[in-house]
Ligand binder design. Structure first.
Ligand code: KG4
Ligand code: ZN
Length: 384
């Protein structure tokens, strides 16, 4: 096994609806990054269908991995290690990536590294900063991982090569991206809702509808695992705003308009933002913009509160929702006011990809922290 070499790692990611493979050298040079998105397959259902996701991963995994190797100018033999997402995610989807990575590792006699998907999102930021030559981050780092499945705040520290994480906040119900997707579905917009709401919001007045900012007055009584040292918490909650949008739709009699839009859009094979925009009256665009503003302000306020509490001078904002334009603008503005440096991945590395998995695997490669051959998918894996 070639563990003394330069650290050319093939990453594989299949935790949700993207089949992805990438080759990254030493956690800092992305040689290739291939993402096969299943969005068109799940679109008609308005959400990810787990069985379809597994089937599509099975179809896509071999060509996606081959393309990642070819784009990187690598061969199976030239790799130093393989890395794969162990969890969290959909069990059947994760198992496709894991089984394939195990077979490759066994056949090639190369080490295999199991990576937490959430740690991957954090390393997407690190990968790109290192690639730009930025090796001097101030610690501790507060990392907000905000996606369709997660809204987590971590206090992250680096000692030598190894990283440790402490969860200081998470959503008590819906993830922020899930709220974007559910509200988009409710309003007769396409799937996934986040990118569309992002674009449509630019045409609406974000101050038009006043939503109460999400409040959490009590400790999470369902979570017995939290010790005193895990306090204070910076938890989130986004199911209330989704209900508030539903109530707004009902009290303002928007159901007929939504139904008409749904029918109109279903007759267009690939509706554009302009199609959606012209199917939305101004009051609906205002509603969309106000919904987005409420979520963005809550994410920014709690993350900055956490950074003040832990005296962190550096913020990472990553995961699918980190692609949101207004979220980026607000974070930049508010962090600047507090003298905090905020880093985002590029938009293509904000959403799920395998470059982040290969990058997160590098410190483990150096530590020879390899996965045993009997490791399996962990759909609810936590990050520590
Ligand atoms: O990280 P990701 O690709 O998958 C998960 O790990 O969940 O995130 C996907 C989520 C979806 O909920 C999608 O609607 C949201 O990220 N998203 C966005 C934007 N782009 C993707 N949300 C808001 N604004 C965006 N521009
Ligand atoms: Zn993700």
């Amino acid at each position: 096994m070639a563990s003394s070499s330069s650290g050319i790692i093939l990453g594989i990611e299949s935790s949700c609806d993207e089949t992805a493979a990438a080759v990254v050298c030493a956690g800092e040079t992305m040689l290739s990054n291939v993402v096969f998105s299943q969005i068109p397959i799940h679109q008609p259902y308005g959400g990810v269908v787990p069985e379809l996701a597994s089937r599509e991963h099975l179809r896509a995994i071999v060509p996606v991995v081959r393309k990642a190797l070819a784009d990187a100018g690598q061969t199976y033999q030239s790799l130093d290690a393989l890395a794969v997402t162990q969890g969290p995610g959909l069990a059947g989807a994760l198992l496709v990536g894991i089984s394939y990575a195990k077979s490759l590792s066994f056949a090639l006699d190369k080490p295999l590294i199991a990576v937490n998907h959430l740690e991957g999102h954090i390393h997407a930021v690190l990968l790109e900063e290192r690639q730009k030559g930025n090796h001097s981050l101030h610690f501790p780092v507060i990392a907000l991982v905000v996606s369709g499945g997660h809204t987590h705040l971590y206090l992250a520290e680096q000692r030598e090569q190894s990283w440790s994480y402490r969860n200081i906040g998470r959503t008590r119900d819906d993830a922020a991206g899930e709220a974007f997707d559910k509200v988009a579905k409710l309003l007769g917009l396409g799937y996934p809702g986040g990118p569309l709401i992002d674009k449509l919001s630019t045409f609406g007045d974000p101050t038009a509808v006043k939503f109460a900012s999400p409040q959490l007055k009590h400790r999470d009584r369902n979570d017995k695992s939290m010790e005193e040292e895990d306090w204070p918490r910076f938890d989130f909650s986004y199911s209330g705003i989704k209900t508030a949008v539903l109530r707004y739709v009902e009290t303002h009699g928007l159901q007929a308009e939504i139904e008409t839009r749904r029918n109109q859009m279903s007759r267009i094979s690939k509706p554009t933002v302009e199609d959606y925009r012209s199917a939305c009256p101004q009051a609906t665009l205002d509603l969309i913009a106000s919904f987005q503003r409420t979520i963005v302000e809550d994410l920014v306020r709690k993350t900055l509160e956490a950074s003040r509490n832990y005296e962190a001078a550096t913020l990472f904002v990553t995961g699918g929702v980190a692609a949101n334009n207004e979220l980026r603008r607000h974070f930049e503005l508010e962090s600047h006011k507090q003298g905090i440096q905020v880093y985002f991945p590029s938009r293509s590395l904000s959403t799920d990809n395998a470059a982040m998995i290969a990058a997160a695997a590098y410190p483990k490669f150096v530590d020879k922290d390899f996965a045993p051959m009997d490791f399996s998918a962990e759909p609810a894996l936590v990050l520590r």
